[in-house]
Design a protein around this ligand. Structure first.
Ligand SMILES: [Zn+2]
Ligand SMILES: [Zn+2]
Length: 131
């Protein structure tokens, strides 16, 4: 018996590419206004078997990766205010659920210290240094 490292992958041919790349719509972040076409929304990216995302999100296949199971998460909805926000660290934060940064700041005391520090650090980066 030879060892086959990539056995899981070989069942897939190139037949399923038909709908790939066809965008369902355009995702737009309500905070930074970045926009990008998305090709799936929900918790399960297409053409993946083992991946179930922790959140409902918008995403697309990673155009830079030849692997079909690579995908990019563009953004998601804030679980508090339902704003659509990108996953950029200036716009949202994932802590068990997706929160937009304005909501994180409103509820900062409810987050663990690690998250608080992260957000506070962000704040101080954005501030122009003055004293
Ligand atoms: Zn954004
Ligand atoms: Zn929010």
């Amino acid at each position: 018996m030879g060892r086959r490292g990539c056995a899981a992958r070989e069942a897939h041919g190139y037949i399923m590419d038909v709908n790939e790349g066809s965008a369902l719509g355009v995702f737009t972040c309500e905070l930074c206004e970045v926009s990008s076409p998305y090709s799936f929304s929900g918790q399960k990216p297409p053409n993946t078997r083992a991946i179930v995302l922790l959140e409902e999100c918008y995403g697309m296949k990673d155009p830079f990766s030849p692997e079909r199971e690579k995908f990019l998460v563009l953004g998601s909805k804030c679980c508090l205010c339902s704003k659509t926000v990108c996953v950029g660290t200036d716009c949202s934060l994932f802590y068990t659920k997706r929160f937009c940064l304005p909501c994180v700041r409103d509820h900062l005391w409810q987050f663990p210290e690690r998250v608080q520090n992260e957000v506070l650090r962000k704040k101080s980066v954005q501030k122009t240094s003055s004293s």
